[in-house]
Unconditional design. Structure first.
Length: 279
């Protein structure tokens, strides 16, 4: 396993991905947005590789910071096989709805942040099962309903966003809770499933490898509960952003780039709105 820093918009330690050896050759676990493709190619070159050396792309979910470049990569390397959840697969083949939703959230910043969203040919898309190329694959909703994780035989959990954001070597574990799918109870159940598998390390997209899964997950659980309660108790967005960043220290800018606090607030607010709608 090798970590690649995609240096989103020139910022280090914000979005990464991983080179993974599988039972059918080399795979990339998540790929970042299309704006990071030049950096991805540079990182591959540093390892003596190019796009055509990759056989597979293992996606945790289809949010643009994790999967936005999938179509661009397949366009350049038509042999690349893309693995994704059943819920996520149709949105790779036809990303129009995904793009429309993201443009509502990001507005005029969409193109600068994420770039072009290219459809993935249907024949390149594979719905994941419980085993993907020798890695255990299992559903990990909470951050997003279509999220999955991959666990290798050496105990590495390719976690996507399921175990939060932690800019190594910082100790702070933040929960990305963007709208519209964040669900507290579902995410806590996902963390139960991850702990039951006793991973030795967590390969985080945002950012780096955490070698202390137990305290990391405990910190994430606590902050999930705390943040959800803050918003449920009526905390304003400005106060949430201010309070949520108080303990981030020198890594504050990287955290805010990787996981904008206003976006997490919006998802938490939507969580409580849905609660009220369902009684």
């Amino acid at each position: 396993m090798k970590e690649l820093d995609l240096r989103h918009l020139g910022q280090p330690k914000v979005i990464g991905c991983y080179l993974v050896e599988t039972s059918d050759g080399l795979a990339l676990q998540d790929c970042g947005p299309a704006t990071c493709v030049p950096e991805l190619k540079k990182r591959l070159e540093e390892h003596g590789l190019e796009l055509r050396d990759l056989r597979h792309l293992l996606l945790s979910h289809i949010h643009l910071d994790h999967a936005g470049a999938a179509g661009t990569l397949v366009r350049e390397h038509p042999g690349l096989q893309v693995h994704v959840s059943e819920i996520g697969a149709p949105h790779l083949v036809d990303p129009e709805r995904l793009e429309r939703s993201a443009r509502r959230l990001y507005g005029d910043e969409f193109d600068r942040l994420w770039g072009e969203l290219v459809p993935v040919p249907k024949q390149n898309v594979h719905v994941v099962g419980t085993d993907v190329l020798g890695l255990e694959c299992f559903p990990t909703p909470g951050h997003a309903s279509h999220h999955v994780c991959y666990l290798s035989q050496d105990g590495t959990l390719y976690a996507g966003d399921a175990t939060g954001v932690r800019i190594q070597p910082s100790r702070a574990v933040l929960p990305p809770t963007p709208p519209p799918e964040f669900d507290l109870e579902t995410w806590q159940t996902t963390l139960d499933e991850i702990e039951r598998r006793r991973p030795k390390r967590l390969a985080l997209i945002h950012f780096g490898v955490a070698d202390d899964p137990e305290p990391h997950i405990a910190d994430l659980r606590a902050r999930l509960e705390r943040w959800t309660q803050w918003v449920g108790d009526g905390m304003s967005r400005d106060e949430f952003v201010r309070t949520g960043t108080e303990d981030l220290g020198p890594d504050r800018d990287a955290y805010e780039h990787a996981m904008p606090l206003w976006q997490s607030y919006t998802g938490l607010e939507r969580f409580w709105e849905k609660r009220a709608e369902t009684g």
